[in-house]
Every structure is written in C-alpha cells, then in structure tokens.
Design a protein around this ligand. Structure first.
Ligand code: NDP
Ligand code: BG6
Length: 517
C-alpha cells in the first residue's frame, strides 16, 4: 500500500486521517486490545494478521498494546513467536522485519482460566500497568475469539471484575458469530451481555457487513435518484441473493456439523444482504437509523409455513465430485464429519416481505458449499415490458432488465438491458452496462471491523434486536426441518454442481430460473 499523502488532521474535529490509495482512513485513539482465545484459528488466521497489517500501514495510533489471553502456560517470547508465525503464514509477502519488530514490542500474554474470577483480577492489574507504560488513556477492547459456549462466562466475569466499566475511556466487547444457535440461546446470551455491558459497548460481528461492496448496496440505492423510484413491487418481479462457495467444510468440522448452512450463512450474512436490499431509506446514514430499518425488514418477513415447508425451503448436502478439475470427497467423508450426518451444506429459500413496498415479490436466497463457483451477488429482476410491440418481428421473448450487485468476486454493478443491433432488420440484443471496482481490498474485512470498533462506530455490527428477529424467524423452521431430516436423501448434489435439482424446481415452478453460478 502506498502513501499518497502524509497523515493530516481535520481542523474541525481534530481527528487525524491517513490517505491510502483510494480513501481516507481515520486514525483511532490510543487503545488496548485484549484477545481471548489468542492461540486459536480465528486469532491466528484473521485477527492478529489484520492488526499487524493496520500497524504496518500506519493506520494505528502511536500508543497501543495487545494482550493475548489463553489457557496454556506460555512465556511472552513464545507467544510473540506464535503470532509471528501466524502473521507470516497469513500475509506472506506483506511481512517486513522492521514493522514486525515494532509491532511485537506491543504484544503481551496472560494465562487465564476463564471460569475463575481471579484470572480477571490479574488481567485487570496487567492492563492497568501496561496502560501506564504505553500511555493508552483507558480505551479497551475485549475480543472474544473463544468457542461460543464460553462467551457468557467471559462476558459476565469481565463485568464482575469491573472491566466493562467505562471510566477513563471506552470498554467495547466484540462477539464473533454464532450469536446463539436458536432464539432462546441468543436471548440468553444477549441478557448476559447486557448485565455487564450497555448495547452501545457490544459489537456483534458479521464480516459480510465489512465488505466494501455490501456497504455499496445502500450507497448505490440511496445516492442515485434513478433506481429508488423503481425499487418496489410495481417494477420488480423478483430478487435473487446468492452466496456460493467452492470450499468445503475445511478445518471446522466440529462447529459446522452442529451448525449447518442455515445457522452458518442465512441467519447472518444472507439475512443482512436481504435487509440491505429491501429496507426503507434510513433517516440518516448512522448506525442506529440503519439498524432500525434493517430490523423492520426482519419483522416484515412472512413466517415460514408450518405445513409444506418444502414449498419454500430446499436443503442439500454435497457428495463427492470435482472442483476446478480436482476430485473432492463428499461431506460425509470429510475429516471429523460423521458418516451418517444429516447436516445441510446447501439451502435455498423463497422469502416474502409483507409490507407495502414488497407485497407479492419473492426473494429467492441460496447458499452452499462445494458449488460450481465462488460468487456472492444480489440480482434484481425487473418486470418485463408491459406491451411487446416488437413481437411480430422477434422470435424470442425480450429479456427483462436485471441489475446485478456483485459482492465478490469481480466486485461491482451491472445492468442488463436491450439495445437495437446494427443493421436494417428490427433486431434486439442483450447488452450489459458494467461498473467494476478497480481496487477492492484497501482494507480487509477484519481490518475494517477493528478500526470501526476502535472508533466506536456500530454501523457494521448487528444490534440485539436484529439478532433476535432473525432467530425468531429461523428457530421454528430449524425445529421443523430437524424433525424432517431423517427422511432426507443426502447427499443430493455432487460437489462442483449448482446445488440439488429440487432447488431448481423451487424457482422453476414459479416460471423463473436461477442465474447461472
Ligand atoms: P478455536 O476452536 O480455534 O478456539 C480458540 C481458542 O479457544 C483455542 O485456541 C483455545 O485456546 C481456546 N479454547 C478451546 N476450547 C476451549 C474451551 N472449551 N474453553 C476455553 N477455551 C477454549 O476457535 P476459532 O478460533 O476457530 O473461533 C473462535 C470464535 O470465532 C468461535 O466462536 C467461532 O465460532 C468464531 N468464528 C471463527 C471463524 C474462523 O474462521 N475460525 C470464523 C467466524 C467466527 P487455549 O487452549 O490455548 O486456551
Ligand atoms: C463464514 C462462515 O461466516 O463465512 C463460513 O462461517 C464461510 O462457513 C464464510 O465459508 C464465507 O465468507 P467469505 O468472506 O469467504 O465469503
């Protein structure tokens, strides 16, 4: 990443910015970051490398430090070594010795037993000492990168130790997904969190919200005047939201086999994309207003039927097949997955939003692992023209307009439209207007999330009511599907295809078709 301008202070706010290739980034105030589960997969693959990259690119303040917390006995030097290996593994060419040395001087390690209040008293003393040494003025972030069943223990013990109190600076807690595994557990976790922390201190992660192109959905809709008048049931026939992956379950068998695709992808990422596509314009582009509008969408989603669930939901599980020419095993043959697992790795939903704007417009959502391509996109399919005056001269039907917002890869937006082909015959052709982001990854997802948390901006985090509303929709559905699972015919799609044939029927019986993967 290249500097085009040095750091520059904003005269009005006093905030310092740094200009990167394509954007200005606000430099956060001094802080201390405590990572619980610092030896784990998430900390090693995403969190600590992202923090290092922020530091290397001059996007962190001069005063900060990091305490890794885990259960093992480890010297500080050994912890630094682990982090160094992790950073080098994750960033390869983006690692340099000078910035690493500077970064590593800010890394500390504390051994803890998460259930013991004594561990938190010790941690508090360590934080207070290091705050003096590093001059960080009392801003604290507690990042829970531990298995979800100990979130409640850590959160309430932080409260008991007085670490959730905002005395000299902020105290933010970051919670990774899954936020509960049903409505009851999500409500319980939220209650525990709220005993020690105010809602404004709680940062519930959904890394999809940190993707530039997901943020662009609202900008695109509300910063252009030409689309919003058409963004309703009068002009839109249906909407498709797709997040397809070529990867399989990877190294997360234990978690994934208990979660399945609905908990892993729909409750969070797909429902967030749905909300951003369907919501009303917020009063202002501020966290609370945006989150209010998203919750209204969730409240308007028509509950899934108690009978005939198969009319609106299709599930699948991958069998063996080929991805990019390489043979891959089926889900049940993956390491750590039981050979009779009935966990779904694919789902397709037909969702209705019962409000004035969307009445009668189906939203088709699909997501799965080991599919034909890696693709995340939202396509808005407009109604056909009302009268076909070219009918006599054209053989085929006119392709209706489609607007495609590509989240990844090839980030950007395309509009498919009809144009006359050249020549004397009356002949139409389908054309595409394309916008591609030239450079997309100035800041990675986790870099953006860390910066926002340091700056106290909750726009890209999910509010308590948003989590509970989505579970209120999905929990009864999961219960019904769970009891029906023994009748399924898994595996029902081969790795490398576009999903089970039943998913095609779900949309075809409405006279529509999925966009190709
Ligand atoms: P890990 O299974 O790697 O666990 C993280 C660390 O927690 C371990 O290194 C271990 O450290 C400690 N730990 C493990 N089991 C226990 C236990 N029973 N009690 C106390 N500590 C324990 O998890 P991940 O890093 O994969 O995930 C962390 C969190 O982030 C989870 O909630 C996960 O759902 C979420 N997440 C993870 C993603 C990923 O890509 N990995 C993506 C999205 C969310 P030690 O033994 O040294 O104490
Ligand atoms: C995570 C899921 O939240 O998102 C994973 O737990 C999934 O199963 C991942 O692979 C997809 O994220 P991305 O950013 O690679 O599309």
């Amino acid at each position: 990443m290249e500097d085009t301008k040095a750091l520059f202070p904003d005269k009005l706010t006093g905030i310092t910015y740094k200009t990167l290739e394509t954007c200005d980034v606000e430099i956060p105030r001094p802080f201390c970051l405590v990572v619980f589960g610092a030896t784990g997969d998430l900390a090693r693959r995403k969190l600590l490398p992202s923090l290092y990259r922020l530091a290397k690119n001059g996007l962190l303040p001069a005063n900060f430090f990091v305490i890794g917390v885990a259960r093992s006995d480890m010297e500080r030097a050994a912890f630094r070594g682990t982090v160094r290996d992790a950073v080098q593994g994750a960033l390869a060419g983006d690692f340099d010795f000078r910035s690493w040395t500077e970064f590593s001087h800010r890394l500390y390690y504390v051994k803890a037993d998460y259930a013991q209040t004594g561990s938190y008293r010790l941690l508090k003393r360590r934080i207070t000492d290091l705050e003096k040494r590093h001059g960080t003025t009392g801003n604290r972030i507690f990042y829970l990168a531990v298995p979800p069943d100990i979130y409640e223990t850590v959160a309430s013990n932080l409260g008991t130790a007085g670490l959730s109190r905002e005395e000299k600076g902020y105290a933010h807690i970051v919670i990774e997904k899954p936020i509960g595994r049903d409505l009851e557990s999500a409500e319980r976790l939220n209650r525990v969190l709220r005993k020690s922390f105010e809602e404004g201190q709680i940062y519930r992660m959904d890394h999809y919200l940190a993707k530039e192109t997901v943020q662009n959905i609202l900008m695109f809709r509300f910063a252009n005047s030409i689309f919003e008048p058409l963004w309703n049931r009068r002009y839109i026939d249906h909407v498709q939201i797709t997040v397809s992956e070529t990867l399989g379950v990877e190294h997360r068998a234990g978690y994934y086999d208990r979660a399945g695709v609905i908990r892993d992808m729909f409750q969070n990422h797909l429902f967030q994309l749905l909300a951003l596509t369907a919501m009303e314009p917020p009063v202002a582009f501020e966290a609370e207003h945006v989150r209010d509008e998203k919750v209204k969408v969730f409240r308007s989603v028509r509950p899934f039927p108690t009978e005939e669930v198969g009319e609106v939901v299709v599930l699948g599980q991958y069998g063996k097949g080929a991805i990019g020419g390489q043979e891959v095993v089926g889900y049940r043959e993956e390491d750590g997955i039981p050979e009779d697992s009935v966990t779904a790795t694919y789902a397709a939903f037909k969702v209705f939003i019962d409000n004035w704007r969307w009445n009668g417009v189906p939203f088709y959502l699909r997501s799965g692992k080991r599919l034909a391509s890696r693709k995340a996109e939202i396509s808005v399919h407009f109604r056909p023209v009302p009268h076909l005056m070219f009918a006599g001269t054209l053989e085929g039907r006119i392709e209706p307009n489609t607007l495609i917002m590509r989240v990844q890869p090839d980030e950007g937006t395309s509009l498919i439209f009809q144009a006359k082909t050249q020549g004397t015959r009356v002949c139409l052709g389908t054309e595409t207007m394309d916008f591609f982001y030239k450079k997309i990854s100035v800041l990675g997802d986790y870099e953006r999330i860390l910066l926002d948390c340091m700056q106290g901006d909750q726009m890209l985090f999910v509010r308590e009511d948003g989590v509970e509303q989505t579970w209120a929709l999905l929990s009864p559905l999961l219960e019904r599907l769970g009891s029906a699972a023994k009748f399924n015919t898994f595996p029902n799609y081969a790795a490398g295809l576009s999903g089970p044939p039943e998913a095609d029927l779900l949309i075809q019986k409405d006279g529509r078709a999925w966009r190709a993967l």
